[in-house]
Design a protein around this ligand. Structure first.
Ligand code: PBG
Length: 325
């Protein structure tokens, strides 16, 4: 018989492993954490994201200690301040919650890669990612606040700055501000291609950052667009981005592939809150096998071309991989 015998290389587990094209390693995974100002021992479950918590600084350090033991090497921080206002003061205060958490994490675990999300929505009383006038999100005046936020994260000891606001020109503006203050070696991971997605729903509960009016469609991208992803990536590269992120991940595998094929920078993908919660809900109902579905989705995101994956399953995956040896 003369036909292609694909089954030859699928015969045993060792053979399959030998020819496997994509592998998941804990070093490529980033665990997001929500850190809350106030009670340092807070550990409040997030209803819409089973298994995730709003954490006080102390509890955060405990969660990180466990995850690091399992082999997790990187995390991204989102802050929830006690006071929100119309100029996001707590986003760029050196005493802000993210700033304090970063310096504590870095002194306890200097080798961990600590990424900070740079955005204003969690710190604004209206929940939008920039300054508001007449119900419009103003682009250029918001850049100043974003740069101040990035700088204060840098001073606190962040290893990577990740702007997620989607204001135009922010990567270049932040890059310049960092360079001017001697942070020219601090990398910027840009949320370059961030869609206006319903998959962020659970996050907005978790971070208490839902916009009080309107939506984010005037600054985040239209899910129908693919060529626009190339334009956004080009702009961020020109402005000095070091890593390009696509967000969400699984419904946007074509976009991840586009960036991988057209650019040489590392590509990150964010498996967002809605992607996480859908899997959790399906598993809770007994419809799917959580672990298998998680590994398959993460593998798919890798296969599409992501070097790094931000996922709420990162710590779990690290511990599963460790158990398997
Ligand atoms: C802040 C930000 C959001 C997410 C990451 N950074 C929310 C949003 O843009 O509304 C979403 C992450 C997730 O859903 O897991 N702008």
């Amino acid at each position: 018989m003369n036909f292609y015998r694909g089954r030859r290389l699928r015969k045993t587990a060792s053979l399959r492993k030998m020819v496997r094209e994509s592998a998941i390693t804990p070093e490529n995974l980033v665990q997001p954490y929500f850190v809350v100002e106030g009670d340092e021992h807070l550990e409040k479950p997030i209803n819409s994201m089973p298994g995730q918590f709003q954490l006080g600084v102390d509890s955060l350090l405990k969660h990180i200690a466990m995850a690091a033991q399992d082999g997790l090497t990187s995390l991204i921080l989102f802050g929830i301040p006690q006071k929100k206002d119309a100029k996001a003061s707590q986003a760029y205060s050196d005493q802000g919650i993210v700033q304090r958490a970063v310096s504590k994490i870095k002194s306890a675990y200097p080798e961990l890669v600590v990424i900070t999300d740079v955005c204003l929505c969690e710190y604004m009383d209206h929940g939008h990612c920039g300054i508001i006038r007449d119900e419009q999100v103003l682009n250029d005046p918001s850049l100043e606040l974003l740069a101040m936020t990035a700088l204060s994260h840098a001073r606190a000891g962040a290893d990577i700055i990740a702007p997620s606001d989607m204001m135009d020109g922010r990567v270049g503006f932040i890059r310049k501000a960092l360079d001017k203050k001697d942070f020219s070696d601090l990398p910027v991971m840009s949320y370059a291609v961030k869609y206006a997605s319903a998959f962020y729903g659970p996050f907005r509960d978790a971070a208490q950052s839902a916009p009080s009016f309107g939506d984010r469609k005037t600054y985040q991208m239209d899910p129908a667009n693919s060529r626009e992803a190339t334009r956004e990536a080009n702009a961020d590269i020109e402005e000095g981005a070091d890593i390009l992120m696509v967000k969400p991940a699984l419904p946007y595998l074509d976009i991840i592939r586009n960036l991988r094929q057209n650019f040489s920078l590392p590509v990150a993908a964010y498996q967002v809150s809605g992607e996480y919660s859908l899997i959790k809900a399906g598993a809770r109902l007994g419809y799917i096998d959580e672990k298998k579905i998680v590994m398959e989705t993460i593998t798919s995101i890798k296969r599409a071309g992501a070097d790094l994956i931000l996922t709420y399953f990162a710590a779990d995956i690290a511990s599963w991989l460790k158990q398997e040896g």
